[in-house]
Write a protein of this length. Sequence first.
Length: 380
Amino acid sequence: MKVTICGAGRTGHLNAVLFKQQDGIEVSVLTSSADVARRWREGEQVWQAHVSDDEVLKGKIDLVGTNPRIVLADTDLVVVTQPAQARPVLLQQIASHLPRHKPVYVGAIPGFCGFDWLAESAFSGHDNIVIWGMKDVPHTAYNLAPCSEVRMGGAKAELYVALHRRETAEARAGLLDMVGRLYEAPVTMLEDYLEITLTPGNALMHPAVLYGLLGPGAPWQHRPFDEPIYWWSDCPQAGAEMLEACDAENQAIKRAAERRLNIDLASVKPLRHELIEAYGDQIGDDSTMYSLLRTNKAYAGIQAPLVPNSPGPGFVIDRASRAFHEDIAFGQALLLEIAKRLDVAVPAIETTYHWARAYHGNLSQPPLNYVPAKWAEAIA
């Protein structure tokens, strides 16, 4: 089986190494980095993943390149690991280079931000493409040295995948077989792709915390940070409260979707429930969202994206961060569109979204024309 990973960042690098631990798996990597492709050509073909201080996994990557025609040749499974804001261009770029003579499974890890609709739009007329996504990353990854090594964090005990609504039972069986060959954790198929799209995550978490740190009346509204801060262990009370409000609105969107579409989205649980299930004993105090975020050992040490406040003192939030360009411009924008289609009021999400756009000052607004024009309305 040939697997093509689109993206040579932390998640792409780690998964390339993990896939090469399995027998009979050919791995190619499509990258936008000419330097990474050059280094592979010049002999840096064995990539490493540090599983622990004492264990290092190694994998010889079969091909790394920037030309999609070459890298995607005869592929069976495509895994997109690039951030949401890079995906529209990527999918348009690879569409004409995917094999046409067999089913090709194209999915995203993680599959958030409406990847199913985005891929459907990009692959219009490609009936052999099977669209899928994974609910979350199978492992965290950090400390990437491109073309060399990455460090693997905790693994998920169970993996969840979903297919675009259009896919068949045969495609369902094929995806479970393929993903099951690549990962040791058991794989569960979700019933509807909205279970991925509406799962609470960064599109709720990062904007709420930013608002608590920098929004009206916040501690750093009018001054820079004196030293680096951490997303979660330094999260202020106001940020946690805003997050709870945004999460409650996401649950309201879920319930409206269940009613309108006559589907079961029970797996879309409140965020605090999701975090307790995911991290368990690593959380020192899970009595409130505020205490959970600040005492979760799995979150300790995750720095907020800061850059020097040149030419002044201290640090400011990095406006190039994915928190703006992925979580807000794509993630929150899509939630607002879904809420509008379902007639759900989401004042907290709207507040953080519009504040963040104003704070950034130059945040692009991607078109949401990939959301099917008659979605939800047609079923009302």
